[in-house]
Design a protein around this ligand. Sequence first.
Ligand SMILES: [Fe+2]
Length: 366
Amino acid sequence: MTDSSFLLCEPTVYAVRQHYEIVYITAEPGAAWVLIAGKRYTDQMCGVVRSGSCTHHVRVPAGELDLAGRYTVCLARIPERHSYFPKTERLFTAEFSFRPLPAEDIRVYMLADTHSELQAPIAAAGYFGSCPDLLILGGDNGNTASNPESVMTMARLAAAVTHGEAPVIYMRGNHDTRGAFAERLPDYVGTDCGKTYFPFRLGRLWGVVLDAGEDKTDDHAEYGDIADYTAFRDAQTDMLHSLTREAAQTCTPEAEVRLALCHIPFGVIETPFSEVYDRWTAELNRLGVDLMLSGHCHRLDFVEPGSTSYGRVMPDYPVVIGSRVNRKIPESYAGTALIIGSDRMTVRFTDVAHRILQEHTVPQRR
Ligand SMILES: [Fe+2]
């Protein structure tokens, strides 16, 4: 028998590289681990199981969770961590089922720019009538990252939509970089060892998450002295170069769908960093990306491949700008549903009443 009352909300199963990172947040600190088919995976740092935190990250092999279809999150209350013979006072456990991505008709929903709103975005993400196969948190999910509750927005959205039973991908938005808790944000979401950019692989879906940081230059008065995204973007250029080089290993050419995810739709909006984004677009073209998903602009738009670009390199793929937001009327929120079939993808912008506002079709190249 399990009791999930030690959890602030249900866990989130983030897809990162070829792993799942199970993130859960507890009411009190303790040592954390996840059980899959009897095997124990711990929240550890260089072999030391962390016991002093309420935020827990456990990385597990995706194939093992896909096969098992269920997992148990655990928390051991260890009130005094003695140097010798520390004792667990109480062990809490909660079990969850899990559905890997299906091979066909993959149902994806993206919630971008929720800005700490919960009710309307959760209603919109109910478009499929049941949990989507994959939830994408498209950035600016909290309004700022000024306190623990604002960075908890991602966990609360994911819990309400997936109940810990389906994979989630998080891309950071520029508002998620603002405020005193921004440096703690990786404690609350799935990242690649703290990095908010990484490739991922889910069944026949391959993709890369990019993080454009802020939309203005680092010396802008809005940021004071706390923005330093130049080297951060360059590191992502290097990652894309590496992915292109490794493409033969990371992308099998058959039956693959390739996505790029970035909160800021670089390349199709005006930016002071067009040279960097030209390099990113060129690499994504080389990687054979089929579709890019973005938010940021608070509007719904489907930008055809090769259309107006603020850089010199045209994307070969369409770019979805996928959230309608009116901060004065939260119930006007609309998000993006994506259905990945065997020979095409269907993009639908849908509102809280599940009405289809626009529909676009993307043929699959492979
Ligand atoms: Fe934004």
